[in-house]
Design a protein around this ligand. Structure first.
Ligand code: PLP
Length: 393
């Protein structure tokens, strides 16, 4: 039996591959420290769990409208108004099965065969695959490490062809943790407006920004940019709700309508119970969100110090998300490894520390460390990496 061409070139997620290997080692009884995870290590806040239980008890276990519960959309509207002073009508919003599904559906309704999407490198692993599944073509543009992994407007201008349909902006970024400033977003936005390009603004890490920095959405910069942008967001990272699978998209009515139609024939609706959970998350104050953010912020400061103290390792300091994305090329070379990928594998085998090789994000000299784990574990991981480097030098 031959599978359809569209899935034959799909590459499995590198994040999941290393996590699986780490899990297998753990099962064999090894003391593995996993820094590969892409999800907060906190429990979902209790009031959200109670709201979902109540929804079940009250029989709210049936189909909902495909685009999501109107009352949840109303809370999302309030959130946009409060956080970005953005106003979306109900028909400009769709609730989806996680942010991943919002992106998938968006590319399906946006792209014709051969349409190009500008993807800044390093990128989140699913963007290229989702674009290809929609018969589009990812056009990778390398955001330079010495520009804090941020695209410049000149780079965007150069990458544009008459097939360019969209660009992805992911701020804060997975894997680099960098955020774009208002001015940087404005400059890129101007180029996009000039060429009539849709901006896909993935803001899933919006709530996880540290220090005095804060989140800016490109859509809030002008009415024209709002009209050209589809914002992707969700509760997975902000409320530690990865398994609940609730995300959403906000944008132009025509696009949202097409996404809702597609969802109505593919998924019907996001799980009703999870939607009530998300409703509780967005109806409450952000106390719990801020507590998690504080813990992440503390870990970032410590881990950044430990990692940049390692010989042969340099790192752009992240301002958001929960990842560090250091360049370890020199450290790997000093240990006798030409490929960072092989160094990562050896580290897992010898010292039982799981990192994600940067190759999966289009940056083969780097590795991604997630700090969604306790400070004790992070400190122990840093010690083990140091020991590994020193042993092999
Ligand atoms: N976008 C980025 C940049 C991510 O890192 C992730 C999850 O890892 C997602 C989207 C998907 O989030 P969700 O779990 O809501 O589907």
């Amino acid at each position: 039996m031959e599978l359809a061409e569209r899935v034959q070139s799909l590459t499995p997620s590198s994040t999941l591959a290393i996590t699986a290997k780490a899990k297998a080692l753990k099962k064999e009884g090894h003391d593995v420290i996993g820094l590969a995870a892409g999800e907060p290590d906190f429990n979902t806040p209790e009031h959200i769990i109670q709201a979902a239980k109540k929804a079940m008890d009250e029989g709210k276990t049936k189909y909902t409208p495909s685009g999501g519960l109107p009352e949840l959309k109303q809370q999302i509207q309030k959130k946009f108004k409060r956080d970005q002073n953005l106003e979306y009508r109900e028909n400009e919003l769709i609730v989806t099965i996680g942010a991943k599904h919002a992106l998938f559906t968006l590319f399906q309704v946006l792209l014709n065969p051969g349409d190009e999407v500008i993807v800044p490198t390093p990128y989140w692993v699913s963007y290229p695959e989702q674009i290809k599944l929609a018969q589009g073509k990812p056009v990778f543009v390398e955001a330079q490490e010495d520009n804090e992994f941020k695209l410049t407007p000149e780079q965007v201008e150069q990458a544009i062809t008459d097939r360019t349909k969209a660009i992805i902006i992911n701020s804060p970024s997975n894997p680099t943790g960098v955020i774009y400033s208002r001015e940087e977003l404005q400059a890129i936005g101007d180029v996009c407006l000039k060429h009539n390009i849709t901006i896909v603004s993935d803001e899933i890490y919006e709530k996880l920004i540290y220090g005095e920095h804060h989140h800016i959405s490109i859509a809030q910069l002008s009415d024209k940019l709002k009209e050209s942008t589809v914002i992707i967001n969700g509760v997975s990272k902000s409320h530690s709700m990865t398994g609940w699978r609730i995300g959403y998209a906000a944008g132009n009515e025509t696009i949202i309508k097409a996404m809702t139609n597609l969802a109505s024939h593919s998924t019907s609706n996001p799980t009703s119970i999870s939607q009530y959970g998300a409703l509780a998350a967005y109806s409450a104050s952000e106390e719990e969100v801020n507590k998690m953010k504080e813990a992440f912020g503390e870990r970032l400061e410590k881990l950044y110090q430990w990692v940049t103290d390692l010989p042969g390792v340099s790192c752009v300091k992240p301002k958001g998300a929960f990842y560090l994305f250091p360049n370890v090329k020199e450290a790997a070379a000093a240990c006798g490894y030409d490929e960072v990928f092989d160094w990562v594998e050896a580290l897992l085998e010898e010292e039982k520390v799981a990192l994600v090789p940067g190759s999966g994000f289009g940056a083969p000299e780097n590795v991604r460390l997630s700090y969604a784990t306790s400070l004790d574990q992070l400190e122990e991981a840093a010690k083990r990496i140091k020991r590994f480097i020193e042993k092999h030098q």
